[in-house]
Design a protein. Structure first.
Length: 201
């Protein structure tokens, strides 16, 4: 009997604007299932149309946010997923690893990720491994920076592994001569390397 190597399926969730943008930049990978989750219908449609090999796009909180986003309100993001979670549970039943990608301090990314992790840990229905890759805001994002430390602390309690990417620190590591757009592409490529390496573990 031939023994095949076990390769777990990884569901990559791009949560909110930041998470969706990162997933949008990922190349197709047989071991990665790409899913976008957002409260902003317009942003979700744009990301969906530009993302190759997308498995699902989910609009959260149709009653709470009415497709207009959270406006940076984490509580609103949390409530939107509380409203929609029962319709999303099927997604978590067939995968071995969940990878949630979000930006800390944002309403949709932080609020939705926070609620999903709490529910998965609370019920432990699927006995899956939950990883969070989150970005810490740039210094100029003052509103997000104020909320980011608390968001980080809350999310880290309910996941199995957390990978924190400090956007400002990485930006400073780039050479001063590098154009700002090239710096952002460099950061995006670095994040893609993180995710690709996770899929190869």
């Amino acid at each position: 009997m031939e023994i095949k190597e076990f390769q777990p399926k990884i569901h990559v969730f791009g949560v909110g604007g930041c998470g969706g943008n990162i997933v949008h930049n990922l190349k197709a990978n047989a071991r990665l299932s790409k899913i976008l989750i957002n409260t902003d219908a317009n942003h979700l449609n744009i990301q969906s149309s530009r993302t190759t090999s997308l498995d699902a796009a989910i609009l959260c909180g149709k009653e709470t946010c009415r497709g207009c986003g959270c406006g940076g309100n984490i509580s609103k993001g949390y409530q939107s997923d509380k409203e929609s979670f029962s319709n999303m549970m099927y997604i978590f039943s067939h995968n071995q690893i969940n990878l949630f990608i979000c930006g800390l301090g944002g309403g949709s990314g932080t609020g939705i990720t926070k609620y999903i992790l709490k529910e998965l840990k609370k019920y432990n229905k699927f006995n899956k491994y939950n990883i969070v890759l989150c970005t810490f805001p740039f210094d100029i994002e003052r509103r997000r920076i104020k909320k980011a430390p608390t968001a980080l602390k809350t999310i880290s309690k309910d996941c199995d592994l957390l990978i924190l990417i400090d956007m400002e620190a990485i930006l400073q590591e780039c050479t001063k001569k590098m154009h700002i757009l090239k710096k952002f592409r460099w950061i995006n490529n670095l994040i893609k390397v993180y995710i690709t390496n996770l899929s190869r573990l």
